[in-house]
Design a protein around this ligand. Structure first.
Ligand code: ADP
Length: 205
């Protein structure tokens, strides 16, 4: 008889506005230990962040703002226009983000289920090896746009530009062990779906 063990490491991903962060919070409420790779990236590139010396050396002093943080506007502008620069930035940051994510995961309680919230999990293949299961949050592009416009006050065009840079819904779903369809604007529906998945993957063992 096959032995089933509880899932210990979940990689959570989804396109911008899909509801990924909302699902991450719900998983945390179920008892998961959350490792937020966006927060790690922000800390690494904040004033005195561990990535600042390497960024200065690689991209020059103009990549660092007066406060000593990575100049996001400067970097975003160039990374959008220049794929080589974007790749160089990713090559510099991704190993640092991975190492800090591992450190935070190791600091979790031994039996805890760790959820790695990784916006670009499908885009960067190294994440797959770190997790037992990949959970994808999915909704229509129209809903992604509406949610980000509502949440962040961006223009539809700005949201569409980010969506165009991310993996397609099809690619993301193809990489998933489970997909949460976040098509309802009723938060209670999403909560029930996340709780059902938590029972299936984590507590029913
Ligand atoms: P992501 O992390 O994928 O960019 P968020 O979790 O921040 O997306 O969700 C985008 C916005 O949509 C947030 O303001 C969130 O509160 C809202 N939202 C997401 N899913 C739902 C839902 N099922 N019901 C109501 N609001 C939702």
């Amino acid at each position: 008889m096959a032995a089933f063990t509880a899932v210990r490491r979940i990689g959570l991903t989804g396109g911008i506005g899909s509801g990924k962060s909302t699902v991450a919070t719900l998983l945390q409420q179920c008892g998961a230990h959350l490792v937020d790779t966006d927060a790690i990236a922000r800390a690494l590139t904040a004033p005195e962040g561990a990535a600042i010396p390497a960024l200065r050396a690689r991209f020059g002093p103009e990549s660092i703002d007066a406060a000593g943080a990575m100049d996001r506007d400067w970097m975003r502008e160039r990374a959008f226009a220049d794929g080589t620069l974007r790749e160089a930035l990713e090559a510099l940051l991704h190993p640092l983000i991975g190492a800090e994510a591992d450190r935070q995961a190791c600091a979790a309680a031994a039996q805890a289920c760790v959820v790695f919230d990784v916006p670009l999990l499908v885009e960067s293949s190294r994440w797959r090896a770190r997790v037992d299961r990949v959970l994808v949050v999915d909704c229509s592009v129209q809903q992604q746009i509406e949610r980000v416009v509502r949440r962040s006050g961006w223009s539809s065009d700005a949201v569409m530009r980010v969506i165009a840079q991310q993996a397609s819904r099809e690619l993301r779903r193809a990489a998933a062990d489970a997909v949460i369809h976040n098509g309802s604007e009723d938060a209670a529906v999403l909560t029930l779906e996340v709780q059902a998945l938590w029972r299936q993957w984590v507590t029913a063992h």
